[in-house]
Structures are given as structure tokens and as C-alpha cells.
Write a protein of this length. Structure first.
Length: 81
């Protein structure tokens, strides 16, 4: 249960930050959380492919999820156009 709560918090922070950087995609708070969580998976996958580590702990997780969420929102923007 605790792990799920951490995922939601990390996803919310990453999704909100990514939404501030990538303008024009209106998702709502639930959408931002989902994008942040999916961004965490995407960022983790991309960084593992590249052999890059952004550190351990909550800040590393948030940074990884943020970068993944930004990539995800850019892809979403391309698809919507």
C-alpha cells in the first residue's frame, strides 16, 4: 500500500511539473498523475537503455518520472496535431 502511495505522489509531482513545461495539453489532475506515473516507467526504461542513473531516492525518481513525462507529453502533442 505504501509503494502505491509513493507512485501516486511521484507521478503527481512529475506530471504537474511536466505540464508546466509542456503547455497546451489540458489533462486535469488525474491525467497529470497518470502521465507522471507512465512517465516514470518511460523514463526508467529510457535511462536503463542508455545506462544512465539520475541517483537514488525520491528526488531521482521524480527527476526520472519528470523527464519521461515530458517525453510522453511531447509525443502526445505530436499525435494530437
Amino acid at each position: 500500500m505504501e509503494g502505491i502511495l509513493v507512485w501516486i505522489i511521484v507521478g503527481a509531482v512529475a506530471g504537474i511539473l511536466a505540464d508546466l513545461v509542456i503547455k497546451g495539453i489540458k489533462l486535469g489532475i488525474i491525467g497529470k498523475i497518470v502521465v507522471g506515473i507512465l512517465g516514470g516507467f518511460l523514463g526508467g526504461w529510457l535511462f536503463s537503455l542508455l545506462g544512465v542513473s539520475l541517483g537514488s531516492g525520491i528526488l531521482g525518481d521524480i527527476l526520472t518520472a519528470f523527464i519521461g513525462a515530458v517525453v510522453l507529453l511531447l509525443i502526445l502533442r505530436l499525435i494530437r496535431r
